[in-house]
Design a protein around this ligand. Structure first.
Ligand SMILES: *Cc1c(COP(=O)(O)O)cnc(C)c1O
Length: 369
């Protein structure tokens, strides 16, 4: 079965065998060496001065960041399930929250965010996804963060980059906090979250001592010394170091960004060539989302049962009307090509459109253009 869901992504054979080696203790020089390499690799990818790794799924880091970086009022962007989650976290901790709510196909606009922070001086943090995975859209985070910082550099910009980190070169110059997760573009098992930090975020962490397990001050103090406050997710960190080695051997992360983008565009061109509609107004690179109220569920089912391809359906009101195809990670071209081929075959089975290999052609013409 080809796993083409936008998280978890498949774990590469080389990473799996690395992680299958006998477990080592986390309070040892051997593990500290792995940890130092993982820190270095992440800082290079994020282009941020500091990074933390936590034993939790991505939502754990989202929670830790809202609690640590918002002291008065949170402005969060809700264009889908993950943006909504920021608001739910604020609510759980009684943090006042204003929300910008959009359809799941619609990215936030810089102007509406500026309007709100100009009107309400209590807003001291803005939380937004880079890629909102519910509908697969890309928010203009770079433009938004730059505008926020030029209006008031004291406002924290918290970006959930879980489906953008390792996918594309995010401009982090105006972002204070960038959240990532092991199970997306790094092609690792679920269980570790990542937080990239700006200088301002580091200072805030030092000044603020909040929470227990997710106390970022405790973590920072330990992690700069290449250890963790609690038992580290050692296996995943060892896998991450292997991931960086693989990326290096392929010519560096820029090569991965370039290939991912080409694959995403080729997939979208292939889908359009067989009459399918891309859902978000601005698609992210991490995934392609197709909207088809009539057939989305049936297509996904045929892909799985007849063609060994596992794509993701939708959530909530979009449960049966969309399906999402992953582009994150290091994906063999022949697999990506098989996916669009299988979708075209599924449309034939459903009697929607006669198969003529058009998706394959459009994919290859786009990829090798
Ligand atoms: C996957 C994902 C998360 C993390 O969810 P967890 O299940 O807690 O790992 C958060 N934000 C986005 C945009 C995601 O795609």
């Amino acid at each position: 079965m080809l796993l083409f869901t936008p998280g978890p992504t498949p774990v590469l054979e080389d990473i799996r065998s690395e992680m299958a080696k006998p477990t080592i203790h986390h309070r040892t020089p051997e593990f500290e060496e792995y940890f130092a390499k993982a820190r270095l690799g992440l800082k290079m990818i994020l282009k941020m001065p500091e990074v933390l790794m936590l034993a939790s799924s991505g939502s754990g880091a989202m929670e830790a960041c809202i609690r640590t970086f918002c002291t008065k009022k949170l402005l969060s962007v809700n264009s889908g399930k993950f943006g909504e989650r920021f608001g739910k976290i604020a609510k759980a901790y009684n943090i006042p929250n204003v929300e910008i709510k959009h359809n799941w196909d619609t990215p936030a606009r810089m102007e509406e965010i500026l309007d709100l922070i100009k009107k309400d001086e209590n807003i001291d943090a803005v939380a937004i996804q880079v890629c909102e995975s519910a509908g697969g859209l890309r928010h203009p985070v770079e433009e938004i963060s730059e505008a926020i910082k030029s209006f008031n550099p004291e406002i924290f910009v918290i970006a959930d980059g879980i489906t953008a980190m390792g996918v594309e070169d995010i401009d982090t110059r105006y972002i204070d906090v960038l959240i990532g997760g092991s199970q997306k573009a790094f092609m690792l098992p679920p269980g570790m979250s990542i937080i990239g930090l700006s200088q301002k975020a580091i200072e805030m962490i030092e000044a603020r001592d909040i929470g227990f397990y997710f106390n970022l001050k405790t973590e920072l103090k330990n992690q700069v010394a290449n250890t963790t406050a609690w038992t580290a997710p050692t296996t995943i960190i060892i896998g991450l170091v292997k991931y960086f080695e693989i990326v290096e051997s392929m010519g560096g992360i820029e090569k991965i960004y370039e290939q991912t983008k080409k694959r995403a565009l080729a997939t979208q061109n292939a889908l359009k060539s067989i009459g399918l509609k891309i859902y978000p107004k601005i698609p992210a690179i991490a995934m392609s989302t197709v909207i088809d109220e009539l057939n989305a569920s049936a297509i996904a089912k045929i892909l799985k049962n007849d063609f060994d391809v596992n794509v993701a359906g939708g959530q909530d009101h979009l449960k049966t009307s969309i399906f999402r195809i992953n582009h994150m990670g290091i994906i063999p071209l022949n697999e990506a090509l098989w996916v669009v081929n299988a979708i075209e075959l599924a449309l034939d089975k459903l009697g929607v459109r006669k198969f003529n290999g058009c998706a394959n052609i459009a994919f290859l013409e786009s990829y090798y253009a």
